[in-house]
Ligand binder design. Structure first.
Ligand SMILES: *Cc1c(COP(=O)(O)O)cnc(C)c1O
Length: 378
């Protein structure tokens, strides 16, 4: 970047910050540190990165290149479209796997973008063979087997049939055999060992290839699960991969919303839609620029924080705003434009999720593109 471009960049950043209702800060340095921590637990197995759903909502265009700089050369997305976008971001070298496989008719686009489909059925394998003949190329593929989750992948009887067909992999370079844990976040569950055994038995029937079973919580299970390649997602983004234990990952996300207006109300005043809250005593309120249209679930955590003080939500969450009780702060605090914390040191993604009866993954992927985003690195 030239000096002038840098100045223009800073000026447009400042303008975007001034215009924004809320600010989402994403710490790429923390994502890098989380990648190194996960990789260090794998005893030599390779560590891929799952960047589906725009890197869990945090911006694959910034997250994936940072991970590539940490030495990550293998990425997983869910949709073909995500893979095509990621190929443009990362260039020709990294391997990009598409978890949801090949929608019928999409084969040539998968070839054109140099993506590796995760083949989930005999029919997809046949379509990929046909595409290999049509394109005159040997095409890379992963095969997912269903080791006991009943979501995606070839069931055992399909694996048997494919294994018995000497031409099943004609024109196909099998790069990876994989499966997925249903209950890796419950380390004492017997089904984890059962899935591992089922996976090994199924993988043995297929042509020799690298093997992969771990998601984030899987990385913290027994070392025998690691095989050749792990596929963590949420732990990279700071979610706790070992529920019930203290979180070994570095927090990645901070969400702050701007105060739009403050007011004092008298005892008896009704507050917000449906007058769902009423002031018992005189109160001081602040309205912030964040609501359910920004991805803040109406039942998610109902506190904001400022200067270490907890500020309860009062009344209902609106589409674009939330009313806070700021009676605990000295009068005159929280001038319009002041930022209050919704996610950060005082309230983690997982805590916000727990109060909404959901998981950190859903909170992260709900934080849509309405915020001004700030990326920190280093
Ligand atoms: C989403 C996904 C992952 C990553 O899971 P996390 O729990 O976020 O680590 C790994 N493998 C598959 C097949 C997935 O769908």
């Amino acid at each position: 970047m030239t000096k002038r471009e840098e100045q223009a960049d800073r000026a447009s950043d400042a303008a975007a910050l001034a215009e924004a209702g809320a600010v989402l800060t994403i710490d790429l340095g923390a994502i890098r540190a989380n990648y190194r921590l996960l990789k260090g637990k794998l005893g030599g197995a390779r560590c891929a990165a799952v960047v589906k759903a725009d890197a869990y909502g945090l911006g694959a265009d910034r997250v994936a290149p940072a991970l590539a700089e940490e030495g990550c050369d293998t990425f997983f997305v869910a949709h073909l479209g995500e893979g095509i976008a990621l190929r443009k971001i990362l260039g020709a070298v990294p391997e990009i796997f598409v978890l949801n496989g090949l929608p019928p008719g999409s084969e040539e686009f998968c070839v054109a973008a140099g993506l590796v489909p995760v083949i989930n059925s005999e029919a997809q394998l046949a379509a990929w063979r046909t595409e290999a003949v049509r394109s005159g190329k040997t095409l890379p593929a992963a095969v997912q087997v269903d080791s006991g989750m009943a979501r995606l992948g070839m069931p055992p009887e399909e694996v048997e049939r494919v294994a018995a067909d000497p031409h099943a992999f004609d024109g196909i370079d099998l790069k990876l055999v994989m499966s997925h844990f249903a209950r890796a976040d419950e380390p004492r569950e017997a089904s984890n060992a059962e899935q591992r055994a089922a996976f090994e038995a199924l993988a043995r029937k297929l042509p020799a290839a690298a093997r992969s079973l771990d998601n984030s919580p899987g990385v913290f299970l027994d070392v025998e699960n690691h095989f050749d390649l792990a596929r963590p997602g949420c732990a990279l983004y700071g979610s706790n991969p070992v529920p019930g234990k203290s979180n070994p990952m570095r927090p990645v996300v901070k969400l702050e919303a701007k105060v739009i207006q403050t007011r004092e109300i008298a005892a008896g005043a009704g507050i917000g839609y449906g007058h769902a809250a009423k002031a018992v005593d005189p109160m001081r309120l602040a309205t912030i620029s964040l609501g359910y249209a920004d991805g803040w679930h109406r039942r998610a955590a109902s506190f904001a924080f400022f200067a270490g003080k907890r500020l309860p939500f009062v009344g209902r969450v609106s589409m674009d705003s939330i009313i806070l009780d700021i009676s605990a702060l000295p009068p005159g605090s929280l001038a319009p434009g002041t930022l209050v914390e919704l996610i950060g040191p005082h309230q983690s993604v997982d805590e916000v999720a727990a109060q909404a009866g959901t998981i950190g993954y859903e909170v992260l992927t709900s934080l849509r593109h309405r915020f001004h985003r700030v990326y920190m690195d280093g």
